[in-house]
Design a protein around this ligand. Structure first.
Ligand SMILES: [Zn+2]
Ligand SMILES: [Zn+2]
Length: 415
């Protein structure tokens, strides 16, 4: 086997590997989305691969893994594989990012249609044989339909972790490490950090919300549309009663996809109830009601870089509170609010006087989970990606006797 590192090496974003056996198969084809601190001020695609591609396998729908797939269909088309909910969510995200990127988009609507037409479903644990290579997907516990990808060829197994979570969340069971693999491509987002205990974190969220509501305020939870919003609805439903919960932004459409694929959810009945109790803020009336009385608003964008969350921010009364539950990249509005009590809205700087907290509800495995995972899989070679300090983590793993490397984009590794 040979692995071509085309993206997400020594960075987070544009995940992409080309795994060469008798087949040349892309594992993910993501986008690194423009943000203010990105010096190139543009979206970044994976590096080009010189040669034909036979197929593509997608681990999950997040844009840093799926965002460039329609661009593949500006060229001779290949089939691509993923779980059905992955396809549904990716499709929704492509249409949305096409609107946002406009002329800067690397693809057009017809390429989105072609990508949709070339999709073939692959279920968890189902084996797909292309030539002499077998591929399979395994639940990664990260978002709806998320998967680790396994490739078997000539008696050797390569496992691509994608993004994964080991412990259970409200929405998903934690990933189960598959039996041993010879080679492991491992995400390392939190290679130098642990996550707080989930139970305590939920309690802290609920007590902060209750205090704010008692004072007559509104709690604004800026949240990513895919995964985090649904997890929050689920936590709120399990632990709170009698406080109106509003949902706004793309999370509404994504939540409907979750409901239509409830066999991919840990507790479908409870999530269905949570969604039924939630007010999907569609009308102007709903949006006004959301800040007119003490309530909870779950809304995109997670880092407050746009979306209805930014509009709600301007209508919060002084007793209100912001609670971020996801990581905020430096330079984004979320980061500014947390560190400088300011936000950029429509080009002007707005002072944010309501208090803001950060609670780490990450859907990624933390440091000790990563190490446990490596020990269980026990690979002869580890390729690290999807992290800001992969060289540091490679060194740590080497200290435990593993052969771990932190390649750069453009490197090729023979296995
Ligand atoms: Zn992800
Ligand atoms: Zn990712």
């Amino acid at each position: 086997m040979r692995v071509h590192c085309l993206g997400s090496c020594q960075e987070v974003g544009r995940s992409c590997f080309l795994v060469e056996t008798d087949q040349r198969t892309l594992f993910d084809y993501g986008l690194k989305i423009y943000s203010r601190q990105n010096p190139k001020k543009q979206n970044l695609m994976p590096l080009p691969y010189q040669g034909d591609i036979d197929a593509m396998v997608l681990s999950h729908a997040h844009l840093d893994h799926s965002g460039c797939i329609p661009e593949l269909y500006t060229r001779p088309p290949v089939h691509w594989f993923g779980t059905p909910p992955t396809m549904e969510i990716a499709s929704l995200l492509w249409a949305d990012s096409l609107k946002i990127m406009g002329e800067d988009s690397p693809y057009q609507e017809m390429h989105v249609n072609r990508a949709e037409n070339r999709y073939a479903p692959l279920l968890y644990e189902q084996v797909l044989s292309l030539g002499d290579t077998d591929y399979s997907l395994h639940d990664a516990g990260h978002i709806l339909g998320s998967a680790m990808v396994k490739a078997k060829h000539n008696g050797k197994t390569l496992l691509y972790s994608g993004d994964f979570k080991m412990g259970d969340t409200r929405m998903h069971k934690g990933a189960v490490p598959p039996e041993e693999a010879d080679y492991l491509i491992l995400e390392s987002t939190y290679s130098n950090r642990e996550h707080p205990n989930r139970e305590e974190l939920e309690k802290k969220l609920i007590s902060t919300i209750e205090e704010t509501i008692d004072l007559g305020g509104t709690v604004l939870l800026p949240a990513f549309a895919v995964g985090r919003s649904q997890e929050l609805l689920s936590v709120l439903h399990s632990r709170l009663r009698g406080i109106p919960v509003f949902l706004d932004g793309m999370s509404k459409a994504v939540t409907n996809i979750y409901l239509n694929n409830d066999d991919y959810i840990r507790d479908p009945k409870s999530f269905r109830e949570a969604a039924q109790e939630t007010i999907f803020a569609d009308s102007i009336r709903d949006k006004k009601d959301a800040t007119a009385e003490p309530s909870i608003i779950v809304s995109t964008a997670g880092m407050m870089e746009g979306g209805p969350a930014l509009r709600y921010l301007q209508h919060l009364n002084p007793a209100s509170r912001l609670i971020f539950t996801g990581y905020n990249v430096e330079g984004t509005n979320g980061w500014r609010i947390l560190n400088q009590s300011k936000a950029l809205v429509d080009g002007y700087e707005l002072e944010v006087s309501v208090p803001a907290d950060y609670l780490d509800f990450s859907a990624h495995v933390g440091h000790s989970g990563l190490v446990d995972f490596v020990k269980k899989v026990n690979p002869e070679k580890i390729i690290l990606n999807h992290g800001d300090d992969t060289p540091g983590f490679a060194q740590e793993l080497a200290g435990m006797g593993f052969d771990a490397v932190a390649p750069k984009n453009g490197d090729t590794i023979d296995l």
